[in-house]
Design a protein around this ligand. Structure first.
Ligand code: ZN
Length: 204
């Protein structure tokens, strides 16, 4: 199982990090060792001073695929969950400055929070317009809708599968809306997919 993450997929978030709007999807990967499930606490690593939350919709691949055409891409996932792409922003900025890969800032242990619950996509009235949000200590900090994505689920699946064979159980984190920011010890994070709370855990 692999975890594929899409970067720079919401215009307002691209602007808040002062990046350029991408002409094609930007993707990177996290190892399976980065998964954090069961609403277990997240421990801030001692080598970073600035871990940012990035709430994201996550799609779960349900069949093997390579070079998937966009018009068939919807057949490759049935369920949508919620995740947080934790990012050591200070480390990532240093790596970006040097033109180095982002892995150290994105692929560390516990950096891929994942909801235990995934919801069948047919439950959503409009699968192209799914709402989600993140609260910290009761205050809403991020709020997104899938219709605001620069690249849709189907475009992402088609694009990524040109380079990487998708397998059953692979996860795709589909990018974060604006409002990313630092977490601190003692924070309580709650993630909602529409009105359903799927994430609720503490920072240690
Ligand atoms: Zn992200």
């Amino acid at each position: 199982m692999k975890i594929i993450c899409i970067g720079r997929n919401y215009v307002a978030h691209v602007h808040e990090l002062k990046n350029d709007i991408p002409k094609e999807p930007v993707f990177f990967m996290k190892p399976d060792s980065s998964l954090l499930r069961n609403n277990d606490p997240f421990y801030i690593p001692n080598w970073t001073k600035e871990v940012h939350h990035e709430i994201e919709l996550v799609i779960k691949i349900n069949r093997l695929g390579k070079n998937i055409e966009k018009r068939f891409a919807h057949r490759y996932y049935d369920e949508i969950g919620l995740g947080i792409d934790f990012t050591a922003r200070d480390v990532q900025n240093q790596l970006k400055e040097k033109g180095l890969p982002w892995e150290k800032s994105k692929a560390f242990d516990q950096a891929a929070v994942l909801s235990n619950t995934f919801i069948d996509k047919t439950v959503f009235p409009d699968p192209e317009n799914i709402g989600f949000k993140l609260k910290i200590n009761g205050n809403e900090v991020q709020n997104g809708r899938s219709e605001l994505m620069i690249f849709s689920f189907d475009e992402i699946i088609s694009y990524v599968s040109k380079y990487v064979t998708l397998k059953i159980g692979d996860l795709i984190y589909t990018g974060t809306p604006a409002g990313v920011g630092p977490i601190k010890i003692g924070d309580r994070l709650e993630g909602y997919l529409e009105d359903k709370k799927l994430l609720d855990f503490i920072i240690k």
